[in-house]
Design a binder for this molecule. Structure first.
Ligand code: DGY
Length: 315
């Protein structure tokens, strides 16, 4: 139909950033809040949050869909077999959130190793005095940071370990020779090896069938006494019931979590533990990063609705 607009569905929650992009005259946005069901219609593109599952049931409602421009680097919310089967292009938001996520990962490493949350609570309560054994934490220098995954974010976390005097080891399908040369990182051959080696084990993998519950009871049992587990990737990579037990029994020294299996729900057992720092999935939550994620996702959306190659395709 001449003059018909290209209709796109965009997560209402990113409207805040709309002023940073151009909206072509032939594009019509329909805002969709995270809790609203997907409407049926002739939409050409969708820009969803990571909490929106895109699967056959959704795609059935959007028969004209050409592109899913995910507002996240992770895309485990998207059934890639379903999108592929229908010729729907998919993109994510790599690179722009690497530094913010690495910073947040280190916030957790420091918060757990130096018991910052417990200490802050005690300071506010007012009933404390300086003491040689008050809130003793874990020294990082001389210890080993184990990276589960050494992609962009894993490497950025590894770089930050150097000024703290830590050794860096990583486990990844892909060798990263530049990373090894630049910071002296050591690649280990197996999951068992990295788990046993790390004083701080930090997860930087995509959630997939292969990585679901990758860190289970056996892996936690194989970790060093008093080691720290950090997860800023996806909750489903860790068996959180087993994690609760490992923390509760004192086997692990602590955990810093920004992501949860089944979030936003957080297991009560995790909330009860004082050696765990819990954050509400804010890894990429800086003003700059969230704006750049929107600019990138929007760029992908605008290309995808016109059938052009995406900037950062996945799948
Ligand atoms: C992502 O992008 O996948 C993060 O989890 C949120 O920014």
């Amino acid at each position: 139909m001449p003059g018909a607009k290209i209709r796109v569905l965009v997560a209402e929650e990113v409207r805040y950033f709309l002023g940073h992009v151009d909206v072509p005259a032939d594009v019509e946005i329909e805002w969709l809040s995270a809790s609203a069901p997907i409407p049926e219609g002739d939409y050409k593109g969708i820009l969803p949050l990571l909490s929106r599952r895109i699967d056959d049931a959704v795609l059935d409602r959007l028969p004209q869909l050409a592109v899913v421009a995910n507002y996240a680097v992770g895309y485990d919310n998207i059934d890639l077999e379903a999108t592929r089967g229908r010729g729907v292009a998919v993109s994510n938001t790599p690179d722009v959130l690497t530094e913010a996520t690495a910073d947040l990962t280190w916030s957790l490493i420091l918060a757990v190793s130096r018991r910052i949350v417990e200490a802050e609570r005690l300071a506010r309560q007012g009933e404390w005095a300086w003491g040689p054994t008050l809130l003793l934490g874990t020294q990082l220098s001389g210890r080993t940071l184990g990276l589960l995954g050494a992609g962009r974010i894993g490497q950025a976390v590894g770089w930050r370990a150097i000024p703290f005097g830590m050794e860096v080891a990583y486990w990844d399908r892909v060798a990263q020779p530049d990373f090894e040369r630049e910071i002296g990182a050591r690649r280990v051959a197996s999951l068992a090896e990295i788990v046993a080696l790390a004083d701080v084990l930090s997860i930087h993998l995509q959630l997939s069938d292969e990585t679901t519950r990758l860190i289970g009871r056996d892996e936690l049992a194989a970790m060093k006494e008093s080691a720290i587990l950090i997860n800023t990737a996806r909750g489903g990579i860790v068996d959180e019931d087993a994690l609760c037990e490992a923390l509760d029994s004192g086997k692990l020294g602590g955990a810093g979590l920004d992501v949860y299996d089944g979030e936003p729900r957080i297991r009560e057992c995790l909330k009860r533990l004082s050696n765990v720092v819990l954050l509400p999935h804010i890894g990429s939550a800086t003003e700059d990063t969230r704006r750049r994620m929107f600019e990138l996702a929007w760029g992908n959306l605008m290309l995808g609705v016109r059938g052009e190659p995406l900037l950062t395709p996945v799948g």
